[in-house]
Design a protein around this ligand. Structure first.
Ligand SMILES: [Zn+2]
Length: 57
């Protein structure tokens, strides 16, 4: 027996986050960081990359 249980997440229309690509300063791998993310870690070496200090090549 199935019920309709869909719930829409209450989302306010803020500026939509977008992915950005940065280069890991340690190993050089490409890291995807979202604009609303403060920090992310490199999937290759685990280096923590902060959004405000991302490297622009
Ligand atoms: Zn890395």
């Amino acid at each position: 027996m199935k019920e309709k249980g869909f719930e829409k997440p209450a989302c306010s229309t803020q500026s939509a986050p977008f992915p950005d690509e940065v280069t890991c300063p340690r190993c050089g791998a490409d890291i995807e960081i979202w604009s609303d993310e403060e920090v992310t870690s490199c999937s290759a070496c685990g280096y923590r990359v902060f959004n405000h200090e991302r490297i622009v090549s």
